[in-house]
Design a protein. Structure first.
Length: 381
């Protein structure tokens, strides 16, 4: 087997995440034991705490020396050719700030890799004897390095279907500068309120809680991603075993599978390894040929609406799991599920959907989905 090419950082992350003694305390990879849940809470606290501390110390290390020893950071007069004028540029301070940013990014990357490693170890995932062990580790590496996978495109599934390119660009830019933008707005607000009475050092140090918050927010997202990557594969297989058993002879359901998977990706508006695995394994289990040129069909919901109760049951189970596979239902997804329930397409109540999501993310499996009795799926008139 040809060895996958990895950058030096990816090699480091791969070695760190894969190099630990495998443990599985209860033998159930789709369920988190009380001990595993307690370990995960501790890992989350440490991860968020270190990330927030890095953000706070970064601001202190940047601005305290700048105000305490200003002679260390002399301004430079730089001539701008276009306007043929000289401007004052705090060049040495900018270089100093850049060095601190690089150090902080390096630490945050290390913290993310450590978090992913600890989460995988606590949950006993992946198993070294798994034939897809390397692929599983690579997926965890992408979480630690915050890399967005694009492998859903191989299946002809595009989460950005119908979204203008400029909108995607704006979202990407905002995600990159949100901390800086928040800090700038906070400084502007304080200066407006206090005017000349606002000490410059005080204004600059306002960035402490702001950068601490955004660092913790990003670390929490990595933690949640790592946890969802650990929980998803075994639960995907459990769901597919159930769907194959109940829907294998239902051509009506099989004909709509590709459109359902496409629809799920579009609802998330993001590439995600869990959705890739769900789509890849679902198509394989139902022996559906991968179509890289697959075209989204918006009318499939109407066909399901007019379909049999069995088709609606399979659709409801697949779409609910697909929406909660990252451990949560967004406000938009709840609104969509509520509307589909009212139209007779989605056969779970919102209380059942929320309960299933809560149980899944707490590591209690997907029994609410696969073990629900048919009589409980009957719609209320």
């Amino acid at each position: 087997m040809k060895e996958k090419k990895r950058s030096k950082l990816e090699k480091y992350a791969y070695e760190r995440i894969s190099d630990h003694d495998y443990q599985n305390r209860d033998g159930q990879t789709h369920i988190l034991s009380p001990e595993e849940q307690e370990d995960l809470k501790k890992i989350r606290r440490h991860s968020l705490g270190f990330a927030a501390l890095a953000g706070a110390l970064g601001v202190v290390a940047c601005y305290v020396p700048y105000h305490a020893w200003p002679w260390l950071f002399p301004d430079m007069m730089v001539k701008i050719p276009v306007w043929d004028e000289y401007y004052v540029i705090p060049a040495w301070f900018l270089i100093f700030s850049l060095i601190l940013v690089v150090i902080e990014i390096a630490f945050l990357t290390y913290n993310n890799i450590r978090t992913v490693r600890e989460v995988s170890y606590a949950c006993g995932y992946p198993n070294p004897v798994d034939k897809q062990f390397e692929e599983r580790v690579d997926q965890l590496v992408s979480v630690g390095l915050e890399k967005k996978p694009k492998n859903q495109s191989e299946l002809g599934i595009n989460p950005y279907y119908g979204m203008p390119k400029y909108y995607i660009f704006l979202i990407t830019v905002f995600n990159l500068i949100k901390a800086t933008l928040t800090n700038a707005l906070m400084k502007l607000l304080v200066r407006r309120l206090l005017g000349r009475y606002a000490l410059r050092l005080f204004v600059d140090l306002l960035g402490i809680p702001i950068y601490a918050f955004w660092n913790a927010w990003a670390a929490n997202r990595v933690y949640q991603e790592a946890k969802s990557r650990v929980l998803a594969p075994p639960n995907i297989q459990i769901l597919l075993n159930h769907l194959v058993e109940t829907q294998k002879d239902n051509k009506e359901f099989r004909d709509e599978i590709y459109h359902v998977l496409d629809y799920l990706a579009i609802m998330k508006r993001a590439f995600h390894d869990n959705h890739y695995l769900l789509s890849k394994f679902t198509l394989a289990e139902f022996d559906i040929k991968v179509d890289p040129n697959h075209v989204h069909d918006e009318s499939f919901l109407e066909r399901i609406k007019n379909g049999s109760k069995l088709t609606k049951q399979g659709f409801s189970q697949l779409i609910l799991f697909g929406m909660m596979i990252e451990g949560r239902l967004s406000v938009t997804e709840k609104r969509i599920l509520r509307k589909m329930h009212e139209e007779g397409i989605f056969m779970y109540s919102m209380d059942e959907a929320k309960q299933a999501t809560k149980e899944y993310y707490e590591g209690r499996g997907i029994s609410t989905i696969v073990e629900m009795k048919n009589e409980k799926l009957i719609m209320k008139n």
